[in-house]
Design a binder for this molecule. Structure first.
Ligand SMILES: NC(=O)C1=CN([C@@H]2O[C@H](COP(=O)(O)OP(=O)(O)OC[C@H]3O[C@@H](n4cnc5c(N)ncnc54)[C@H](OP(=O)(O)O)[C@@H]3O)[C@@H](O)[C@H]2O)[C@@H](O)CC1
Ligand SMILES: Nc1ncnc2c1ncn2[C@@H]1O[C@H](COP(=O)(O)OP(=O)(O)OP(=O)(O)O)[C@@H](O)[C@H]1O
Ligand SMILES: [Mg+2]
Length: 298
């Protein structure tokens, strides 16, 4: 565990006066609809709190004022259900380092179709993508969308993993051999990186496997996965920018995923010490700074 934490430390960029705004990360979250406005907010604000310089949310027109009202820090684009949604997002892609697709997306067919085209445009530009929540619902329906895309990281929870396994391998989760199940799913998807969240997070790129058992808490409130996926958007950019020479031969995406899992669990642990059973994801986001320093600032 300590070795893996050191690999994460190796990819964290120094804060220097020599950089300009944006250089430490410009992340976009694709999600936010009538039902769900918290999830994209949790993901986008977590990216900023981890250390991105700019955090965008591409959501439906109806969700935009709600998410804008949560925070002036976020750049919120009310475009996901506009007639020219794909173009409206695509024009921002050259300025983004990573995309987090799915938090609060919902399962509306029009939105899923727009996100399909946004993913195609992102792959064409080699933009790293983190796929979570209802983005995984889309992938389970159309695995070919990301099969073989080496800059994709999937972050399924228990149920989402079973759905993906069923769709891609024809069999749901093998309860016993979690490492084997994650390896197999990654391989079947052309070695994309897969994070199976759970009591221990199991992470694989189809060749190597890392497990994160950083102490978290017993609290299972909604939104914790969104904190993880938003943090991961930044860490993926940093790890790819640092390159494999800084990750001791491990895939940069594997190291980034381990870092996001450890950070999320540490936030949960710290928030639970203060708030106990009443801990919410908002309390956890308040712990991102101290948790990051504790784990990754040398
Ligand atoms: N504040 C907001 O805006 C938030 C919005 N969110 C957004 O909601 C969307 C759907 O997200 P989701 O997590 O409900 O996913 P999904 O797979 O449909 O679960 C459906 C059912 O599966 C089960 N189940 C789930 N997890 C399980 C587990 N670990 N172990 C076992 N069972 C488990 C459970 O069913 P049950 O077992 O209760 O019958 C659950 O009801 C997505 O876009 C996300 O971003 C959330 O991020 C939260 C905060
Ligand atoms: N049984 C568990 N024990 C300890 N930590 C857990 C457990 N299950 C999940 N976690 C941790 O909780 C965090 C969120 O995982 P979870 O499975 O709740 O994601 P999710 O369902 O996608 O969340 P969200 O509500 O944001 O969609 C991760 O950091 C994961 O490591
Ligand atoms: Mg989730």
């Amino acid at each position: 565990m300590e070795d893996a934490l050191q690999l994460v430390r190796n990819v964290v960029p120094p804060l220097t006066a020599k950089k300009h705004k944006g250089q430490d990360g410009r992340v976009g979250v694709v999600g936010g609809c009538r039902e769900y406005t918290g999830a994209p907010y949790f993901a986008a604000i977590s990216a900023l709190k981890v250390g991105a310089d700019l955090s965008h949310v591409f959501c439906t027109q109806e969700a935009a004022p709600v998410i804008k009202a949560y925070s002036p820090e976020l750049i919120v684009h009310p475009v996901l259900d506009s007639p020219d949604a794909v173009h409206d997002v695509e024009k921002w892609l050259p300025r983004l380092h990573a995309l987090v697709v799915g938090p609060g997306l919902g399962r509306d067919d029009v939105l899923l179709s727009n996100v399909k085209d946004i993913l195609e445009a992102s792959k064409a530009r080699g933009i790293p993508v983190v796929i979570d929540a209802d983005g995984l619902w889309l992938i389970a329906q159309q695995p070919a969308l990301i099969r073989g895309y080496q800059k994709a990281v999937l972050t399924p929870n228990h149920v989402e993993f079973s759905r993906l396994s069923e769709a891609v391998l024809g069999d749901p989760l093998d309860g016993q051999d979690r490492r084997g199940a994650v390896l197999r799913l990654s391989q079947a998807l052309g070695n994309v990186t897969v994070v199976q969240k759970g009591e221990r997070d199991v992470i694989s790129d189809g060749e190597q496997v890392l497990e994160c058992s950083q102490e978290g808490s017993g609290r299972r409130c909604g939104g914790q996965g969104d904190l993880l996926s938003g943090s991961l958007g930044v860490l993926v950019h940093w790890a790819l920018q640092a390159g494999p020479e800084r990750t001791d031969g491990f895939s940069p995406l594997l190291v980034a995923a381990f870092g996001a899992c450890a950070l999320t669990r540490q936030c949960s642990h710290q928030a639970f010490q203060k708030h106990g059973r009443s801990t919410t994801t908002t309390d956890m986001i308040a712990e991102v700074g101290p948790a990051f320093s504790r784990l990754f600032e040398t």
